[in-house]
Ligand binder design. Structure first.
Ligand SMILES: Nc1ncnc2c1ncn2[C@@H]1O[C@H](COP(=O)(O)OP(=O)(O)OP(=O)(O)O)[C@@H](O)[C@H]1O
Ligand SMILES: [Mg+2]
Length: 453
């Protein structure tokens, strides 16, 4: 673990130097500032973990500094030093987010103890955040819905390639589920316990992509205040997901090629290549080979990436997935929006299956979410999709008949309600807005099997 940096802020130089020494001995890196303004300037330029600040200083008090820090750098923990006369204020400071306060004169051991606890808390908070983010992404990314042949082919490929280390290139229009599939490859690979690190090559300014990917050494360019690990390093043992890879600048394509072929990277400003162990999954919503022909994408890199290619077809080529997807999103947003929607009529489903869905699954998901927000009752109907192109035609190319789609949808919601109610039929009927007898009728009608309690 890297050493923590403590910034000591006090107008008395003797206090600064004694704290600096004590903290240094205990293994912390230290910075000092004689005033709140000095401190803020340092924080602008350097990364600091803990601030230890006097509460009373000539240029304004430690409270202002505390608020400024909590506003701009919420992860920094602040410990205040206070004379007896200002304890009350220090207590207020705790309410404003200070981690602790220590009265002067202080013993060094007390300070060191407080700093240590603050560091511990910081680590815990960071870890929680990371775990929460993981959980959050698991929720939305775990489930791949759909039973169309097209999607089943994609999933069969995922299973085949997941155990390998070969580079994979996922192609598909926007919103087709490229990232979802990339995550599935990672999850089913031996690398699943290490990180999945996504980077969107189109969202990062060209001149930063290199340092973002490969890292940089302190001083290698203006603004490089300290060494920085690149994402290749962060993803060690795991998977690096290069999204919108067609946006990668040509000069970096050479470096990426070398990283893939030689499993070595060169941080910006360094002369020592570093060995990396990362699996690369790329994604593109453009026909990447067209970019090769246009001269904006290197041919050698194209072949290197495309060792295994997976193409996700647009949603309109797998409309059989639509009823399942709608049911899935209804389930997800019932929880998120605290709704109890459990029905959709045949006509609405038919209209949904007939849309062009240029934005693919993402657009469908958004449409369902919006409709559910608009919906006051328990039934989704065409009124909640006023902007959709309406039709009475049977969906083209669908092998499914609509009746069975609607039945499947109903079956799904009833099963979910039963599950949520721990198989208590009274409660399930309640949450579905049905009478107990209608629920029984539906259960027999739809052939739902479940264990009686
Ligand atoms: N088969 C599926 N089952 C469930 N959800 C899906 C499916 N396909 C896509 N989604 C959902 O649709 C949304 C878009 O998916 P994703 O971000 O993976 O698409 P993308 O191809 O990377 O899109 P873009 O090109 O816009 O980045 C996500 O919320 C994802 O969870
Ligand atoms: Mg994406």
């Amino acid at each position: 673990m890297h050493a923590r940096t403590v910034l000591v802020v006090d107008d008395e130089s003797s206090v600064r130097s004694s704290l600096e020494m004590a903290l240094g001995k205990a293994g912390y890196l230290t910075r000092t500032a004689a005033s709140g303004n000095d401190a803020l300037n340092i924080l602008k330029k350097q990364s600091v973990d803990i601030v230890l600040s006097d509460l009373k200083m000539p240029d304004g008090d430690g409270m202002d500094l505390l608020r400024a820090i909590k506003n701009d750098h919420p992860n920094i923990e602040v410990i205040l030093l206070t004379g007896y006369g200002t304890i009350e204020k220090a207590v207020d400071a705790m309410k404003d987010g200070a981690y602790d306060f220590i009265t002067k004169p202080f013993k060094k051991a007390v300070i060191l103890g407080a700093v240590e606890r603050a560091v511990e808390r910081q680590l815990l908070t960071q870890e929680n955040k990371y775990l929460k983010a993981q959980l959050g992404s698991m929720k939305s990314y775990d489930t791949i819905i759909g039973n169309s042949q097209a999607l089943r082919d994609v999933l069969a490929m995922v299973e085949r390639v997941a155990p390998l280390t070969s580079t994979v290139l996922i192609s598909g229009a926007s919103g087709t589920g490229k990232e979802l599939i990339a995550r599935a490859i990672h999850r089913h690979s031996p690398r699943a316990l290490k990180r999945f690190v996504p980077i969107n090559c189109a969202a990062i300014p060209e001149n930063l992509i290199e340092s973002e990917l490969f890292g940089h050494m302190k001083g290698s360019f203006t603004g490089a205040m300290r060494d920085k690990e690149g994402l290749f390093k962060v993803a060690t043992g795991g998977t690096l997901f290069l999204d919108e890879i067609s946006s990668m600048p040509l000069n970096l394509q050479v470096k990426l090629l070398r990283a893939i072929e030689q499993k070595e990277i060169l941080p910006v400003g360094s002369t020592n290549p570093e060995v990396v162990d990362v699996r690369i999954v790329g994604a593109t919503n453009k026909e990447l080979f067209a970019a090769v022909e246009a001269g904006t994408f290197r041919e050698d890199l194209y072949y290197r990436l495309n060792v295994i290619g997976i193409t996700i077809p647009p949603l309109k080529e797998r409309i059989d997935d639509i009823p399942d997807l709608v049911a899935h999103f209804v389930e997800v947003y019932n929880v998120q929006l605290n709704k109890q929607i459990h029905k959709i009529d045949e006509h609405t489903l038919r209209v949904l299956m007939n849309q062009p869905w240029k934005g693919n699954v993402r657009e469908l998901e958004n449409a369902v979410e919006r409709a559910m927000i608009l919906c006051d009752g328990n039934d989704l109907s065409i009124e909640q999709f006023p902007y959709l192109y309406s039709t009475n035609e049977a969906p083209r190319g669908s092998g499914n008949d609509l009746k069975s789609s609607v039945r499947n949808f109903e079956k799904g919601t009833i099963l979910n309600a039963l599950k949520a109610a721990g198989n208590d039929k009274h409660e399930a009927a309640n949450s579905l807005g049905l009478s107990l007898s209608s629920l029984y009728r539906k259960i027999t009608e739809l052939g739902i099997e479940f264990k009686e309690e």
